[in-house]
Design a binder for this molecule. Structure first.
Ligand SMILES: *Cc1c(COP(=O)(O)O)cnc(C)c1O
Length: 428
Protein backbone atom coordinates (compact mmCIF):
# COMPACT_ATOMS: atom_id res chain seq x y z
CA UNK A 1 0.00 0.00 0.00
CA UNK A 2 1.26 3.47 -0.84
CA UNK A 3 0.49 6.67 1.00
CA UNK A 4 0.26 10.10 -0.57
CA UNK A 5 0.84 13.47 0.98
CA UNK A 6 -2.34 15.44 1.58
CA UNK A 7 -0.47 18.44 0.21
CA UNK A 8 0.47 16.71 -3.03
CA UNK A 9 -1.26 13.62 -4.43
CA UNK A 10 1.72 12.88 -6.66
CA UNK A 11 4.14 12.41 -3.78
CA UNK A 12 3.58 8.87 -2.60
CA UNK A 13 5.65 6.50 -0.48
CA UNK A 14 5.50 2.96 0.91
CA UNK A 15 4.04 2.06 4.31
CA UNK A 16 7.57 1.70 5.63
CA UNK A 17 8.67 5.14 4.46
CA UNK A 18 5.50 6.76 5.74
CA UNK A 19 6.09 5.21 9.17
CA UNK A 20 9.74 6.19 9.26
CA UNK A 21 9.21 9.74 7.97
CA UNK A 22 6.01 10.49 9.89
CA UNK A 23 5.23 13.61 7.89
CA UNK A 24 5.78 14.17 4.14
CA UNK A 25 8.59 16.58 3.19
CA UNK A 26 5.95 19.13 2.12
CA UNK A 27 4.44 18.94 5.65
CA UNK A 28 1.44 16.99 4.37
CA UNK A 29 -0.02 14.12 6.37
CA UNK A 30 0.18 10.72 4.69
CA UNK A 31 -3.05 9.13 3.52
CA UNK A 32 -3.66 5.62 2.09
CA UNK A 33 -4.03 5.50 -1.71
CA UNK A 34 -6.85 2.97 -1.63
CA UNK A 35 -9.52 2.10 0.92
CA UNK A 36 -11.10 -1.25 0.05
CA UNK A 37 -14.15 -2.32 2.07
CA UNK A 38 -13.94 -5.63 3.90
CA UNK A 39 -16.23 -8.45 2.82
CA UNK A 40 -19.76 -8.89 4.16
CA UNK A 41 -18.84 -12.35 5.44
CA UNK A 42 -16.22 -10.77 7.72
CA UNK A 43 -18.89 -8.64 9.39
CA UNK A 44 -21.38 -11.54 9.45
CA UNK A 45 -19.02 -13.74 11.43
CA UNK A 46 -17.08 -11.14 13.42
CA UNK A 47 -18.26 -12.51 16.78
CA UNK A 48 -16.42 -15.74 16.05
CA UNK A 49 -13.08 -13.96 15.60
CA UNK A 50 -10.53 -13.09 18.28
CA UNK A 51 -9.40 -9.49 18.62
CA UNK A 52 -6.08 -10.48 17.10
CA UNK A 53 -7.76 -12.02 14.08
CA UNK A 54 -9.85 -8.89 13.60
CA UNK A 55 -6.77 -6.71 13.96
CA UNK A 56 -4.89 -8.65 11.30
CA UNK A 57 -7.79 -8.56 8.86
CA UNK A 58 -8.25 -4.81 9.30
CA UNK A 59 -4.63 -3.67 9.20
CA UNK A 60 -3.09 -6.09 6.71
CA UNK A 61 -4.25 -4.27 3.54
CA UNK A 62 -2.62 -1.09 4.89
CA UNK A 63 0.69 -2.78 5.63
CA UNK A 64 0.53 -5.13 2.60
CA UNK A 65 3.60 -7.33 2.23
CA UNK A 66 5.98 -4.82 3.79
CA UNK A 67 5.79 -6.80 7.02
CA UNK A 68 5.40 -10.58 6.51
CA UNK A 69 2.25 -12.10 7.95
CA UNK A 70 3.97 -14.05 10.74
CA UNK A 71 5.74 -10.92 12.02
CA UNK A 72 2.62 -8.80 11.65
CA UNK A 73 0.65 -11.35 13.69
CA UNK A 74 3.27 -11.15 16.41
CA UNK A 75 3.15 -7.34 16.41
CA UNK A 76 -0.64 -7.41 16.70
CA UNK A 77 -0.54 -9.97 19.50
CA UNK A 78 1.84 -7.73 21.48
CA UNK A 79 -0.27 -4.66 20.69
CA UNK A 80 -3.60 -6.14 21.78
CA UNK A 81 -2.53 -7.82 25.00
CA UNK A 82 -5.40 -6.39 27.08
CA UNK A 83 -9.21 -6.10 27.05
CA UNK A 84 -11.52 -3.57 25.40
CA UNK A 85 -14.81 -4.08 27.24
CA UNK A 86 -18.08 -2.29 26.42
CA UNK A 87 -19.63 -1.57 29.82
CA UNK A 88 -23.38 -0.89 30.08
CA UNK A 89 -23.77 2.44 31.87
CA UNK A 90 -27.44 3.21 31.18
CA UNK A 91 -30.05 1.60 29.02
CA UNK A 92 -28.63 1.69 25.47
CA UNK A 93 -25.56 3.62 26.58
CA UNK A 94 -22.17 1.91 26.76
CA UNK A 95 -18.70 2.97 27.75
CA UNK A 96 -16.03 1.43 25.55
CA UNK A 97 -13.13 1.24 27.98
CA UNK A 98 -9.88 1.70 26.10
CA UNK A 99 -7.71 2.10 29.16
CA UNK A 100 -6.75 -1.39 30.25
CA UNK A 101 -3.28 -1.25 28.70
CA UNK A 102 0.09 -0.70 30.38
CA UNK A 103 -0.22 3.11 30.73
CA UNK A 104 -4.02 3.04 31.18
CA UNK A 105 -4.65 5.25 28.13
CA UNK A 106 -6.08 4.32 24.75
CA UNK A 107 -2.89 5.51 23.10
CA UNK A 108 -1.19 2.31 24.25
CA UNK A 109 -2.49 0.56 21.14
CA UNK A 110 -0.95 3.04 18.70
CA UNK A 111 2.25 3.35 20.74
CA UNK A 112 2.81 -0.39 20.89
CA UNK A 113 1.95 -0.99 17.25
CA UNK A 114 4.18 1.78 15.95
CA UNK A 115 7.20 0.91 18.08
CA UNK A 116 7.11 -2.67 16.90
CA UNK A 117 6.75 -1.70 13.23
CA UNK A 118 9.73 0.61 13.54
CA UNK A 119 11.75 -2.06 15.33
CA UNK A 120 10.92 -4.48 12.50
CA UNK A 121 12.07 -1.99 9.84
CA UNK A 122 15.26 -1.18 11.75
CA UNK A 123 16.17 -4.80 12.33
CA UNK A 124 17.97 -5.30 9.05
CA UNK A 125 19.35 -1.82 8.67
CA UNK A 126 22.24 -0.39 10.49
CA UNK A 127 20.53 2.82 11.49
CA UNK A 128 19.20 4.64 14.49
CA UNK A 129 15.99 6.67 14.68
CA UNK A 130 14.95 9.39 17.02
CA UNK A 131 11.24 9.50 17.75
CA UNK A 132 10.18 13.02 18.57
CA UNK A 133 6.77 13.44 20.13
CA UNK A 134 4.73 16.27 21.56
CA UNK A 135 2.20 15.34 24.20
CA UNK A 136 -0.72 17.10 25.81
CA UNK A 137 -0.93 14.31 28.33
CA UNK A 138 -1.30 10.69 27.46
CA UNK A 139 0.56 10.28 24.19
CA UNK A 140 3.94 10.67 25.82
CA UNK A 141 3.38 7.98 28.41
CA UNK A 142 1.99 5.49 25.91
CA UNK A 143 4.77 6.17 23.41
CA UNK A 144 7.46 6.04 26.09
CA UNK A 145 6.14 2.74 27.43
CA UNK A 146 5.66 1.32 23.93
CA UNK A 147 9.24 2.18 22.89
CA UNK A 148 11.05 1.51 26.16
CA UNK A 149 14.11 -0.62 25.46
CA UNK A 150 13.41 -0.84 21.68
CA UNK A 151 16.80 -1.19 20.02
CA UNK A 152 18.24 1.69 17.97
CA UNK A 153 15.38 4.06 18.75
CA UNK A 154 15.77 7.08 21.02
CA UNK A 155 12.56 8.73 22.19
CA UNK A 156 12.37 12.45 22.98
CA UNK A 157 9.12 13.69 24.47
CA UNK A 158 8.08 17.34 24.68
CA UNK A 159 5.40 18.20 27.20
CA UNK A 160 3.98 21.50 28.47
CA UNK A 161 5.31 22.22 31.94
CA UNK A 162 2.63 22.20 34.63
CA UNK A 163 -0.14 21.24 32.17
CA UNK A 164 -0.18 17.47 32.51
CA UNK A 165 -1.38 15.53 35.54
CA UNK A 166 1.03 14.25 38.17
CA UNK A 167 0.66 10.64 37.09
CA UNK A 168 1.02 11.54 33.42
CA UNK A 169 4.20 13.42 34.22
CA UNK A 170 5.61 10.47 36.13
CA UNK A 171 4.86 8.18 33.20
CA UNK A 172 6.94 10.45 30.96
CA UNK A 173 9.79 11.29 33.23
CA UNK A 174 10.66 8.18 35.24
CA UNK A 175 11.47 5.53 32.63
CA UNK A 176 15.09 6.35 31.76
CA UNK A 177 16.94 4.15 29.24
CA UNK A 178 16.19 5.37 25.69
CA UNK A 179 13.49 7.83 26.81
CA UNK A 180 14.14 11.57 27.48
CA UNK A 181 11.48 14.05 28.64
CA UNK A 182 11.79 17.72 27.67
CA UNK A 183 9.69 20.01 29.85
CA UNK A 184 8.59 22.94 27.71
CA UNK A 185 7.85 26.37 29.09
CA UNK A 186 4.63 26.77 27.03
CA UNK A 187 1.41 25.04 25.95
CA UNK A 188 0.84 21.88 23.92
CA UNK A 189 0.67 23.76 20.62
CA UNK A 190 4.16 25.15 21.28
CA UNK A 191 5.41 21.60 21.74
CA UNK A 192 3.68 20.43 18.58
CA UNK A 193 5.02 23.39 16.55
CA UNK A 194 8.58 22.68 17.66
CA UNK A 195 8.25 19.04 16.70
CA UNK A 196 6.90 19.93 13.26
CA UNK A 197 9.71 22.43 12.76
CA UNK A 198 12.37 19.91 13.72
CA UNK A 199 11.13 17.48 11.07
CA UNK A 200 11.67 20.07 8.37
CA UNK A 201 15.03 21.23 9.64
CA UNK A 202 17.75 20.06 7.25
CA UNK A 203 20.36 20.57 9.93
CA UNK A 204 18.77 17.73 11.87
CA UNK A 205 18.40 15.23 9.03
CA UNK A 206 21.26 13.12 10.43
CA UNK A 207 19.08 12.30 13.44
CA UNK A 208 16.52 10.34 11.33
CA UNK A 209 13.69 12.02 13.16
CA UNK A 210 10.27 10.47 13.11
CA UNK A 211 7.01 11.37 14.75
CA UNK A 212 4.94 9.24 17.09
CA UNK A 213 2.01 11.64 17.21
CA UNK A 214 -1.24 10.48 15.66
CA UNK A 215 -0.04 12.06 12.43
CA UNK A 216 2.11 8.92 12.06
CA UNK A 217 0.09 6.31 10.20
CA UNK A 218 1.37 3.53 12.47
CA UNK A 219 -0.17 5.33 15.45
CA UNK A 220 -3.31 6.34 13.64
CA UNK A 221 -4.37 3.22 11.72
CA UNK A 222 -4.48 0.64 14.55
CA UNK A 223 -6.96 2.87 16.36
CA UNK A 224 -9.51 1.48 13.91
CA UNK A 225 -9.48 -1.72 15.95
CA UNK A 226 -11.49 -0.27 18.85
CA UNK A 227 -14.50 0.41 16.66
CA UNK A 228 -14.51 -3.13 15.33
CA UNK A 229 -14.24 -4.50 18.88
CA UNK A 230 -17.22 -2.38 19.94
CA UNK A 231 -19.25 -3.63 16.99
CA UNK A 232 -18.33 -7.22 17.80
CA UNK A 233 -19.69 -6.79 21.33
CA UNK A 234 -22.86 -4.83 20.54
CA UNK A 235 -23.90 -6.24 17.17
CA UNK A 236 -26.31 -8.67 18.85
CA UNK A 237 -28.69 -5.82 19.73
CA UNK A 238 -29.31 -5.23 16.06
CA UNK A 239 -29.70 -1.46 16.44
CA UNK A 240 -27.92 1.45 14.77
CA UNK A 241 -24.71 2.37 16.61
CA UNK A 242 -23.68 5.91 17.46
CA UNK A 243 -20.12 6.46 18.64
CA UNK A 244 -18.90 9.53 20.49
CA UNK A 245 -15.16 10.18 20.71
CA UNK A 246 -13.77 12.73 23.12
CA UNK A 247 -11.55 14.50 20.60
CA UNK A 248 -8.37 16.55 20.70
CA UNK A 249 -6.11 15.93 17.73
CA UNK A 250 -8.96 13.98 16.05
CA UNK A 251 -6.84 10.88 15.38
CA UNK A 252 -9.16 8.50 17.15
CA UNK A 253 -12.34 9.67 15.46
CA UNK A 254 -10.58 9.82 12.12
CA UNK A 255 -9.71 6.13 12.56
CA UNK A 256 -13.37 5.45 13.36
CA UNK A 257 -14.45 7.11 10.14
CA UNK A 258 -11.88 5.10 8.19
CA UNK A 259 -13.35 1.96 9.81
CA UNK A 260 -16.76 3.04 8.51
CA UNK A 261 -15.26 3.44 5.03
CA UNK A 262 -14.12 -0.19 5.36
CA UNK A 263 -17.77 -1.11 5.80
CA UNK A 264 -18.10 -1.13 9.58
CA UNK A 265 -21.77 -0.37 10.33
CA UNK A 266 -21.56 2.73 12.52
CA UNK A 267 -24.55 4.98 11.88
CA UNK A 268 -23.13 8.23 13.20
CA UNK A 269 -20.04 9.72 14.81
CA UNK A 270 -19.80 12.49 17.35
CA UNK A 271 -16.58 14.38 18.04
CA UNK A 272 -17.07 15.80 21.52
CA UNK A 273 -14.62 18.52 22.47
CA UNK A 274 -13.86 20.64 25.49
CA UNK A 275 -13.58 24.42 25.15
CA UNK A 276 -11.16 23.91 22.26
CA UNK A 277 -13.95 24.15 19.74
CA UNK A 278 -12.31 24.68 16.34
CA UNK A 279 -14.23 21.79 14.74
CA UNK A 280 -17.67 22.39 16.32
CA UNK A 281 -17.34 26.00 15.13
CA UNK A 282 -16.43 24.82 11.64
CA UNK A 283 -19.55 22.65 11.44
CA UNK A 284 -21.65 25.60 12.52
CA UNK A 285 -20.32 28.30 10.25
CA UNK A 286 -18.18 26.53 7.63
CA UNK A 287 -15.02 28.37 8.65
CA UNK A 288 -12.03 26.39 9.84
CA UNK A 289 -10.17 28.73 12.15
CA UNK A 290 -7.41 27.18 14.25
CA UNK A 291 -6.67 29.04 17.45
CA UNK A 292 -4.32 28.75 20.40
CA UNK A 293 -5.35 25.98 22.76
CA UNK A 294 -6.92 26.76 26.11
CA UNK A 295 -6.31 24.71 29.25
CA UNK A 296 -9.18 22.53 30.53
CA UNK A 297 -9.71 19.65 32.95
CA UNK A 298 -9.70 17.26 29.98
CA UNK A 299 -6.18 18.33 29.11
CA UNK A 300 -5.34 15.54 26.67
CA UNK A 301 -7.80 17.27 24.33
CA UNK A 302 -6.44 20.80 24.66
CA UNK A 303 -5.71 21.19 20.97
CA UNK A 304 -6.51 24.33 19.01
CA UNK A 305 -5.55 23.03 15.58
CA UNK A 306 -6.40 19.33 15.34
CA UNK A 307 -3.85 17.74 13.01
CA UNK A 308 -5.97 14.86 11.78
CA UNK A 309 -8.94 16.91 10.70
CA UNK A 310 -7.52 17.21 7.17
CA UNK A 311 -7.63 13.43 6.90
CA UNK A 312 -11.32 13.44 7.76
CA UNK A 313 -11.98 16.12 5.17
CA UNK A 314 -10.12 14.02 2.61
CA UNK A 315 -12.44 11.10 3.28
CA UNK A 316 -15.41 13.33 2.42
CA UNK A 317 -13.66 15.15 -0.44
CA UNK A 318 -14.24 18.36 1.52
CA UNK A 319 -18.00 18.01 0.99
CA UNK A 320 -19.44 19.50 4.16
CA UNK A 321 -22.99 18.32 3.43
CA UNK A 322 -21.98 14.68 3.01
CA UNK A 323 -19.75 14.96 6.03
CA UNK A 324 -22.52 16.26 8.26
CA UNK A 325 -24.69 13.23 7.47
CA UNK A 326 -22.19 11.00 9.29
CA UNK A 327 -20.66 13.37 11.77
CA UNK A 328 -21.55 15.91 14.44
CA UNK A 329 -19.34 17.83 16.82
CA UNK A 330 -20.25 19.52 20.09
CA UNK A 331 -18.27 21.51 22.63
CA UNK A 332 -18.53 21.45 26.44
CA UNK A 333 -17.21 23.62 29.24
CA UNK A 334 -15.39 22.30 32.29
CA UNK A 335 -18.47 23.11 34.36
CA UNK A 336 -20.72 20.96 32.14
CA UNK A 337 -18.13 18.19 32.23
CA UNK A 338 -18.03 18.15 36.03
CA UNK A 339 -21.82 18.06 36.26
CA UNK A 340 -21.90 15.15 33.82
CA UNK A 341 -19.33 13.25 35.89
CA UNK A 342 -21.49 13.79 38.97
CA UNK A 343 -24.70 12.77 37.23
CA UNK A 344 -23.22 9.63 35.73
CA UNK A 345 -21.84 8.66 39.12
CA UNK A 346 -24.96 9.41 41.16
CA UNK A 347 -27.35 7.80 38.64
CA UNK A 348 -25.35 4.73 37.76
CA UNK A 349 -22.32 4.39 40.05
CA UNK A 350 -19.99 4.58 37.02
CA UNK A 351 -16.87 6.67 37.42
CA UNK A 352 -16.06 8.60 34.26
CA UNK A 353 -12.96 10.79 34.07
CA UNK A 354 -13.25 14.19 32.34
CA UNK A 355 -12.49 13.01 28.77
CA UNK A 356 -15.01 10.19 28.98
CA UNK A 357 -17.56 12.60 30.45
CA UNK A 358 -17.16 14.96 27.48
CA UNK A 359 -17.74 11.96 25.20
CA UNK A 360 -20.83 11.03 27.20
CA UNK A 361 -22.27 14.53 26.87
CA UNK A 362 -21.81 14.54 23.10
CA UNK A 363 -23.33 11.09 22.84
CA UNK A 364 -26.45 11.98 24.86
CA UNK A 365 -27.02 15.07 22.76
CA UNK A 366 -26.76 13.17 19.50
CA UNK A 367 -28.97 10.32 20.71
CA UNK A 368 -31.86 12.76 20.94
CA UNK A 369 -31.83 12.75 17.12
CA UNK A 370 -31.71 8.96 16.76
CA UNK A 371 -34.35 7.01 18.62
CA UNK A 372 -33.90 3.29 19.00
CA UNK A 373 -30.14 3.40 18.65
CA UNK A 374 -27.31 2.23 20.85
CA UNK A 375 -24.78 4.78 21.96
CA UNK A 376 -21.12 4.21 22.77
CA UNK A 377 -18.81 6.77 24.30
CA UNK A 378 -15.11 6.07 24.41
CA UNK A 379 -13.50 6.10 27.85
CA UNK A 380 -10.01 7.06 26.78
CA UNK A 381 -8.20 7.01 30.12
CA UNK A 382 -8.53 5.36 33.51
CA UNK A 383 -9.95 7.74 36.15
CA UNK A 384 -6.72 7.37 38.12
CA UNK A 385 -4.91 9.34 35.39
CA UNK A 386 -6.99 12.33 36.42
CA UNK A 387 -7.02 11.55 40.10
CA UNK A 388 -7.22 15.13 41.40
CA UNK A 389 -10.22 16.14 39.30
CA UNK A 390 -12.08 12.87 39.74
CA UNK A 391 -11.64 12.75 43.52
CA UNK A 392 -12.57 16.37 44.06
CA UNK A 393 -15.58 16.37 41.71
CA UNK A 394 -17.02 13.02 42.82
CA UNK A 395 -15.90 13.08 46.47
CA UNK A 396 -14.58 9.55 46.14
CA UNK A 397 -11.26 7.97 46.83
CA UNK A 398 -9.87 5.89 43.97
CA UNK A 399 -7.83 2.81 44.58
CA UNK A 400 -4.58 2.82 42.68
CA UNK A 401 -4.14 0.12 40.01
CA UNK A 402 -0.91 -1.86 40.00
CA UNK A 403 0.28 -0.31 36.69
CA UNK A 404 0.34 3.06 38.45
CA UNK A 405 1.49 2.09 41.95
CA UNK A 406 4.99 1.33 40.81
CA UNK A 407 5.40 4.91 39.49
CA UNK A 408 4.73 6.69 42.69
CA UNK A 409 8.11 6.27 44.31
CA UNK A 410 10.14 6.86 41.14
CA UNK A 411 12.23 9.97 40.67
CA UNK A 412 11.25 12.53 37.99
CA UNK A 413 13.97 13.42 35.46
CA UNK A 414 13.32 16.10 32.84
CA UNK A 415 15.24 18.75 30.91
CA UNK A 416 13.66 22.21 30.79
CA UNK A 417 13.55 24.02 27.46
CA UNK A 418 12.08 27.36 26.40
CA UNK A 419 12.19 27.42 22.61
CA UNK A 420 13.20 25.76 19.38
CA UNK A 421 16.86 26.69 19.74
CA UNK A 422 16.96 24.80 23.02
CA UNK A 423 15.43 21.77 21.34
CA UNK A 424 17.96 21.95 18.52
CA UNK A 425 20.83 22.27 20.94
CA UNK A 426 19.60 19.23 22.81
CA UNK A 427 19.23 17.11 19.66
CA UNK A 428 22.63 18.27 18.44
C1 LIG B 1 -5.27 11.80 23.28
C2 LIG B 1 -6.47 11.70 24.12
C3 LIG B 1 -7.73 12.07 23.63
C4 LIG B 1 -7.93 12.67 22.26
O1 LIG B 1 -7.68 11.77 21.22
P1 LIG B 1 -7.41 12.34 19.74
O2 LIG B 1 -7.16 11.13 18.93
O3 LIG B 1 -6.22 13.23 19.83
O4 LIG B 1 -8.64 13.08 19.35
C5 LIG B 1 -8.82 11.90 24.45
N1 LIG B 1 -8.69 11.41 25.70
C6 LIG B 1 -7.50 11.06 26.21
C7 LIG B 1 -7.43 10.58 27.60
C8 LIG B 1 -6.36 11.19 25.44
O5 LIG B 1 -5.19 10.85 25.94
Amino acid sequence: MNYYSLNNKYHSVSFKDAVIKGLAPDRGLYFPETITPLTQSFFDSIEALSNEEIGLKVIQPFVSNEIPEAELKQIIAETLCFDFPCIAVEENVYSLELYHGPTMAFKDVGGRFMSRCLAYFNKNENQKNTVLVATSGDTGGAVASGFLGVKDVDVVILYPSGKVSDIQERQLTTLGQNITALEVNGVFDDCQDMVKKAFLDNNLSHKNLTSANSINIARWLPQMFYFFFAYKQLKKHNKPLIVSCPSGNFGNICAGILAKKLGLPIAHFVAATNANDTVPQFLQNGKYEPKPSVATISNAMDVGNPSNFVRIQEMYQNDLCEFKKDFSSYTYTDEETKIAMQEIYSNTGYIAEPHGAVGYLGLKKEMQNHSNSIGIFLETAHPIKFLDVVESVLKVQLSIPTQIKSLLDKEKTSIKINNYDDLKAFLG
